[in-house]
Design a protein around this ligand. Structure first.
Ligand SMILES: *Cc1c(COP(=O)(O)O)cnc(C)c1O
Ligand SMILES: [Zn+2]
Length: 422
């Protein structure tokens, strides 16, 4: 594995972000040295990590750690494992979902169960990469604006690394997500406003506090790369091949574009056969700016005011929305949206058929897959992977009026038999 040593223009000190070589503008291609920058100075377009990959073999990855760090040769993080903060997300199960497949009417279906991460959502992946890069870039405090899962992941990763954290959330957030952040004892601030207000506030604070790494703001280019590991894992767990179709929930849209980037990199590096695949985006109708733009055939996203139970996806002005449109159109996929009612039914369908309890975002993915199958956009004969990105224990509100005991009985066998109708 090659070691990249870059020099910080600000401090003159050397740092190692593995194969990362520069930040490149996604709009105009302008490149700058690796730094904590997120917008292009030429055109204000978003910056993305550009790499020079070394020679990477499947065996090197397979003999690596049982976490996302087995893919460190493909990420903007230091080359040696020892220097990583002690966060070990990833290597979650890829479940062959035959019973769900039968219910949906598709041939071969897998569920990538990312509820198995340290704080029970895929956000642990992106935060771990952001923290590793932020530490190398000289930051001291881990921060974020969050719709919930990111708050959990940032507070936990900071605690484990011995860092301070500053987490900003909308005050309307689900109680479970507030408590599961607050327990790590960082600074948690509830803001009277929606996520887009909180995000604006974070951008302002990031400009004022030079040693605060807002994972999804000023170190966003590094953070975003963490989502590639979902693509890497799916391909490795399928036996080093790409699926034919993947359905991805869309909030800011970052995850969807990076799963695609991960698949492409594996193909370019010869780690998988570069077979064609189609990427599908899933949104809740109550916050579906990307789906609306897709259906209207537009390239720009019109922001919306979110109103849905899928709060982890409730970003009304999604930063990566236009790139989601590019990705699904280039790969022959689509974006679709589903009602809150369909989300709840899909949470229950996944639980009933596969024994997996997903949060509302997972309900959005499953319900969208169902809709895409029913309207003929998803091919029922192609190998399909659904990304289940968060745990149902965090969004109990969604199902609390829907499920419960079949009966409450006195402690007698006869009463149980009677309740069961035996
Ligand atoms: C944040 C989040 C997503 C999607 O994130 P992007 O902003 O689109 O990258 C998906 N699922 C869950 C559970 C999330 O918390
Ligand atoms: Zn630019």
């Amino acid at each position: 594995m090659t070691t990249a040593v870059n020099t910080s223009p600000a401090t003159g000190t050397a740092f190692d972000l593995g194969p990362a070589r520069a930040l490149a503008c996604r709009e105009c291609g302008h490149q700058i040295p690796l730094a904590a920058e997120f917008a292009c100075a030429e055109c204000f377009g978003p910056l993305e990590v550009a790499y020079e990959f070394g020679d990477i073999r499947r065996e090197d990855i397979e003999s690596g750690p049982e976490s996302i760090w087995r893919y460190r040769g493909l990420l903007p993080v230091p080359s040696t494992v020892d220097t990583f903060p002690n966060t070990e997300p990833g290597r979650t199960r890829l479940v062959k979902a035959d019973r769900l497949a039968a219910a949906l009417g598709v041939k071969s279906l897998w569920v990538k169960d990312d509820t198995g991460n340290p704080t029970h959502s895929f956000k642990d992946r992106v935060v771990a990469v952001a923290l590793a890069a932020a530490r190398e870039l000289g930051f001291k405090v881990l921060a974020c604006p969050s719709t919930g899962n990111l708050a959990n992941a940032v507070a936990a990763a900071a605690a484990r690394a011995g860092w301070e954290s500053v987490v900003l959330i909308p005050s309307s957030l689900e109680r479970a997500k507030v408590l599961t952040t607050a327990v790590y004892d960082g600074a948690l601030i509830a803001v009277d406003g929606n996520y887009d207000d909180v995000n604006r506030l974070a951008t302002e604070l990031a400009a004022e506090h030079e040693d605060w790494a807002f994972v999804n703001v000023n170190v966003r280019p590094y953070y975003a790369e963490g989502s590639k590991t979902l693509g890497f894992e799916v391909a490795e767990q399928l036996g080093w091949r790409l699926p034919g179709q993947v359905v991805v929930p869309v909030a800011s849209g970052s995850q969807l574009t990076k799963v695609d980037k991960g698949f492409r990199e594996l193909g370019e590096l010869g780690l998988v056969e570069p077979t064609p695949y189609r990427v599908f985006g899933a949104q809740a109708t109550g916050c579906s700016p990307v789906s609306s733009a897709y259906k209207a055939g537009q390239d720009v996203i019109s922001p919306v005011k979110p109103d849905t139970i899928a709060r982890s996806l409730a970003i009304g002005a999604p930063a990566d929305g236009p790139y989601v449109l590019d990705t699904v159109r280039r790969t022959g996929g689509a974006v679709e949206d589903v009602s809150d009612q369909e989300v709840v039914e899909a949470i229950r369908l996944l639980a009933r058929t596969e024994g997996i309890f997903a949060e509302t975002a997972g309900g959005v993915t499953v319900a969208t897959a169902k809709k895409l199958i029913d309207n003929g956009k998803l091919d029922p004969d192609a190998d399909t992977v659904l990304l289940i990105t968060g745990d149902g224990l965090k969004t109990l509100d969604a199902i609390q009026d829907q499920v419960g005991p079949k009966a409450t009985v006195p402690p007698s066998a006869a009463a149980v038999r009677e309740a069961l109708g035996y």
